[in-house]
Design a protein around this ligand. Structure first.
Ligand SMILES: Nc1ncnc2c1ncn2[C@@H]1O[C@H](COP(=O)(O)OP(=O)(O)OP(=O)(O)O)[C@@H](O)[C@H]1O
Ligand SMILES: [Mg+2]
Length: 400
């Protein structure tokens, strides 16, 4: 989580104990996404590691690549450990001198992490097979004695959470256009997961798991809680309730019954966070405003009052039609009855209607849109071909 606002839900009560694969098919897959065909059987750790399309690193490789896990190269901290920046040679994947080769993000699990190994393995299982422009690329892993690490492509602009909620000169408020772009990218990632090609339920959709590349393309990371979707004529999979408070769908919390529509609810929460610039749960707000969904719902249903919930930092960047469309979409995704939620491919089509490339003004490396020249970003650079890096966030408590 890396912040004191999200609280992981981990309730013990179920049958979720093994990693399985539903039937998968490559039929009709687009060139941009792929999934190796895996038999619908339980897969052992050995099978998963052997069949994944990723590299096996030694602990020493990664120690050198991250300069001995230097504290000043920490990119962020989550519930299972810290993420470090490192460098490897493009061809050999061996450690490279900082600033040369390719940049990687190395997640090093805390050795005392109770859930760690299972989630680590689920990540290798899913990201080792799935490939899509809106999923972060897993380059490899390390399993050595007690050490568990994951090696990802480096996402230069860090997490959406940082851009939406972290205050500071680097993290300028994201413009309306960029928020729509990020929402579309993340929706495409979820739509791919839910498609027949993958049939996966993500289960942990939230702003800290949406990472941004230099051009603000969104990619989903963290597949530790992902599950195979239901097969045959089953309507749901039964699992122990896991995820993050504030994002989990009400019926899933109540019953442990998981469907793709649970992810759609979580998407609705994130969409509302994008529209309002407020966190899903924020105890620092006045009474009655702690829970974003409860606070915003009455405004979303009223065309004239909807503007009350929009982030005041937007100024006049959005159109009335666009704002209404988005409020309506959030409301549908957040339906208490899962049957009334749209599918993620429907969400993608709606979001495509509000993307307007002409709306994308000049972007500074902090992501700000400066229509008023006054609020000048201190950082330089445009969106293409410019090296951008985000600063190391301050350490923050895990799991408040
Ligand atoms: N591939 C990456 N490139 C750049 N930064 C990354 C990358 N992966 C993770 N990070 C940074 O590290 C932070 C911690 O990630 P991590 O997935 O461990 O935890 P989290 O998503 O914040 O919380 P949780 O443990 O609940 O998933 C992210 O929020 C992000 O800022
Ligand atoms: Mg994460």
């Amino acid at each position: 989580m890396g912040n004191c606002f999200g609280v992981k839900i981990k309730a013990e009560n179920s049958a979720d104990s093994a990693i399985t694969w539903g039937s998968s098919s490559r039929n009709g897959s687009k060139s941009t996404s792929s999934l190796s065909s895996v038999p619908p059987t339980l897969r052992s750790e050995g099978d998963i590691l052997q069949s994944s399309n990723v590299h096996s690193f030694t602990f020493n490789d990664l120690k050198t690549a991250t300069r001995n896990f230097r504290p000043d190269s920490v990119l962020g901290e989550g519930g299972f450990g810290s993420v470090f920046k490192g460098w490897i040679e493009e061809k050999t994947l061996t450690a490279a001198k900082p600033g040369t080769g390719i940049v990687i993000a190395v997640k090093k699990l805390n050795q005392d992490s109770f859930q760690g190994h299972r989630e680590w393995l689920a990540e290798v299982n899913y990201l080792g097979q799935l490939s899509h422009p809106n999923l972060v690329k897993l380059i490899g892993y390390c399993l050595e004695d007690e050490q568990r690490l994951l090696v990802y492509e480096f996402m230069p602009r860090g997490s959406l959470e940082n851009h939406l909620f972290r205050r500071g000169s680097y993290f300028q408020p994201l413009s309306w256009s960029l928020r729509m772009k990020v929402a579309l990218g993340a929706a495409k990632g979820l739509a791919f997961l839910h498609s027949d090609k993958a049939r996966v339920i993500y289960r942990d959709f939230k702003t800290s798991n949406v990472l941004l590349d230099a051009d603000y393309n969104a990619k989903l990371s963290d597949f530790g809680l992902a599950k195979d979707g239901p097969t045959g004529d089953k309507s749901h999979v039964s699992t122990r309730v896991m995820g993050t408070y504030g994002y989990a769908a009400p019926e899933y919390l109540a019953t442990g019954h998981l469907t793709a529509r649970s992810d759609v609810y979580s998407f609705g929460v994130v969409l509302l966070e994008l529209l309002s610039g407020r966190r899903a749960i924020d105890k620092h707000r006045p009474n009655g405003e702690h829970n974003l969904i409860e606070w915003a719902r009455p405004y979303l249903t009223n065309k004239r009052r909807v503007f009350h919930i929009l982030d005041s930092r937007f100024g006049s960047q959005y159109s009335l039609t666009g704002a209404h469309k988005m409020a309506n979409l959030a409301l549908q995704c957040l339906s208490m009855d899962a049957r009334y939620r749209p599918s993620m491919s429907q969400v993608v089509s709606i979001l495509e209607q509000v993307q307007d490339p002409k709306d994308l003004p000049r972007i500074t490396s902090g992501g700000a849109v400066n229509k008023s020249r006054k609020a000048k970003s201190r950082s330089s650079g445009g969106i293409r071909g410019v090296k951008v890096e985000y600063p190391r966030p301050s350490a923050s408590p895990l799991y408040a």
